[in-house]
Design a protein around this ligand. Structure first.
Ligand SMILES: *[C@@H]1O[C@H](CO)[C@@H](O)[C@H](O)[C@H]1NC(C)=O
Ligand SMILES: *[C@@H]1O[C@H](CO)[C@@H](O)[C@H](O)[C@H]1NC(C)=O
Ligand SMILES: *[C@@H]1O[C@H](CO)[C@@H](O)[C@H](O)[C@H]1NC(C)=O
Length: 365
C-alpha cells in the first residue's frame, strides 16, 4: 500500500501534476505584468521583420500576440507580412496578400487579421509594433519569471523552471493555435508526407544551426565551450528516454558540414537505425559561408526564397510532431519547436532537449 502510494506520488511529480503551491505562481506573474502594462489600445499592427529570420519573427509574434491578448483582450491584432523577404512573389507585386503564400487569413480567430487590404491602420489609431519593440516587450515578461525560478534552492529550481515553461505555454498557446491552424494545408501535407515515409514508431528530430548563429553563441558565457554538435542534448535524451535509442533520426537545419558531426554523435549516442536528412547540399567552394546568413537569403531570387520558406515551415512541423527533439535553444527555431510541440501537439516538456543539455530558460532567451 505504501509502495503504491509512493509510486503514485512519484508518477504525479513526474507527470507534473503536482499541486505544489508554486505551481500557479508564474502564471500569476504573467497576468499581473499584463494588467500593469495599462494597455488600453484597441488595435495593434505587428510588423514583419526584414532583417531577421522567419523563426525569430514568428517566435516574437507568437509571444507578443499571446501576451497582447492578456494586456488588451478586446483589441484587434493585424499581422503585416509586407516587409519580410519570406514570400513567393516579387516585392513590387501588390496584387496579392503575401501572407497568403503560407497562411489562410480567413481561418484566423476573429481578433486576428491580415494587415493587407485593411487600409491605413496607423490612421485608424492602430499601434505599430516592429520586431524589436515586440522582442523588448516580451523580454520584460521573462525577467520576473527568470528571477522567480533562479531565486530558489538548487532542488527547487528544476520544478520552478518547469512551472515557468508551463505558464508561458498557457499564456501563449491561444495565439500559437490561432495562427497555426490557418497554415496552408499544402504545407501541413508536406510535413505529413515526410513523417508517413518514416517507420511507424517514435522518431528523433535533430536541428542543426550553424551559419550566422555561431557568432551569437559567443555572447552566451556558458556556451563558450560548445561545438554546436548537440552532444550534451543527445546524452540527456538517451538517459531520460532510453527507448529513444535505435530509432529513425531526422536531421534538419542549415549547415551540412556541422550536420556530419551531429550525425556521427547521433550514430554513437542514439544508435539511430537510419537517418532521414533535410539539409542543404554542401557548397562546392569552401570559401563560401556555410549555413543560413540572413543578408544572403534576403538577396536570393524569389523562387529560391519561396521554396526555402516552405521547406523551413515543413521542418518546423516535423520538429513539432517528433516524439523526441534535440536542438540548440539559442536558435529561435527551437523556440518555435517549443511552442508548437507544447501548444499544437501537447508533447511533454521533457521530450525537448537543449543541444548542450541546459534546462534553465534564461539560457534560451
Ligand atoms: C500602470 O498604472 C499604474 C497605476 O496608475 C502605475 O503605477 C504603473 O506604473 C503603470 N504602468 C506602466 C507600465 O505605465
Ligand atoms: C528570493 O527569495 C527569498 C526567500 O524566499 C525572498 O525573501 C527574496 O525576496 C527573493 N528575492 C527576489 C529578488 O525575488
Ligand atoms: C522550387 O520548387 C519547385 C517545385 O518543387 C521546383 O520546380 C523549382 O525548381 C524550385 N526552384 C528553386 C530555385 O529551388
Amino acid at each position: 500500500m505504501h509502495l503504491r502510494l509512493t509510486l503514485l506520488i512519484a508518477l504525479l511529480l513526474l507527470s507534473g501534476a503536482s499541486s505544489s503551491p508554486h505551481h500557479m505562481f508564474p502564471l500569476r506573474l504573467i497576468k499581473e505584468r499584463a494588467r500593469s502594462s495599462n494597455n488600453t489600445a484597441k488595435c495593434f499592427q505587428l510588423l514583419g521583420a526584414s532583417q531577421s529570420g522567419l523563426g525569430s519573427m514568428l517566435n516574437n509574434w507568437f509571444m507578443r500576440i499571446g501576451l497582447l491578448r492578456l494586456e488588451a483582450p478586446d483589441a484587434e491584432i493585424y499581422l503585416d507580412w509586407s516587409h519580410t523577404h519570406y514570400t513567393c512573389q516579387e516585392e513590387d507585386d501588390l496584387s496579392r496578400d503575401p501572407i497568403q503564400d503560407f497562411f489562410q487569413p480567413t481561418l484566423f480567430p476573429p481578433w486576428l487579421k491580415s494587415a493587407a487590404g485593411a487600409g491605413d491602420l496607423a490612421a485608424k489609431g492602430c499601434i505599430g509594433i516592429d520586431h524589436h519593440d515586440a522582442a523588448h516587450t516580451n523580454r520584460a515578461y521573462n525577467k520576473p519569471l527568470c528571477k522567480y525560478a533562479a531565486n530558489a534552492t538548487s532542488t527547487e529550481r528544476g520544478p520552478r523552471w518547469l512551472a515557468v515553461k508551463r505558464a508561458l505555454l498557457q499564456a501563449v498557446c491561444p495565439a500559437v493555435v490561432g495562427l497555426w491552424r490557418s497554415l496552408h494545408p499544402s504545407l501541413q501535407a508536406e510535413a505529413d508526407a515526410v513523417i508517413e515515409s518514416l517507420p511507424e514508431e517514435p522518431f528523433v528530430a535533430l536541428h542543426v544551426r550553424g551559419g550566422d548563429k555561431i557568432k551569437e553563441y559567443d555572447g552566451r558565457g556558458q556556451r563558450l565551450e560548445t561545438d554546436h554538435s548537440l552532444l550534451g542534448g543527445m546524452v540527456a535524451l538517451a538517459t531520460r528516454h532510453p527507448s529513444a535509442r535505435g530509432r529513425t533520426c531526422v536531421v534538419m537545419g542549415d549547415d551540412p558540414v556541422l550536420a556530419e558531426l551531429v550525425i556521427a554523435h547521433a550514430s554513437k549516442i542514439l544508435r539511430c537505425k537510419s537517418f532521414h536528412l533535410r539539409l542543404p547540399p554542401r557548397k562546392k567552394k569552401t570559401a563560401e559561408p556555410v549555413g543560413h546568413v540572413q543578408a544572403d537569403f534576403n538577396a536570393a531570387p524569389v523562387e529560391q526564397r519561396c521554396n526555402a520558406t516552405r521547406s523551413f515551415i515543413t521542418d518546423l512541423n516535423i520538429m513539432a510532431a517528433a516524439p523526441y527533439f534535440v536542438g540548440n535553444t539559442v536558435s529561435n527555431v527551437v523556440s518555435m519547436a517549443f511552442w508548437l510541440r507544447g501548444c499544437v501537439h501537447h508533447h511533454d516538456l521533457d521530450t525537448l532537449f537543449d543541444g548542450d543539455g541546459y534546462t534553465d530558460w534564461w539560457l534560451w532567451l
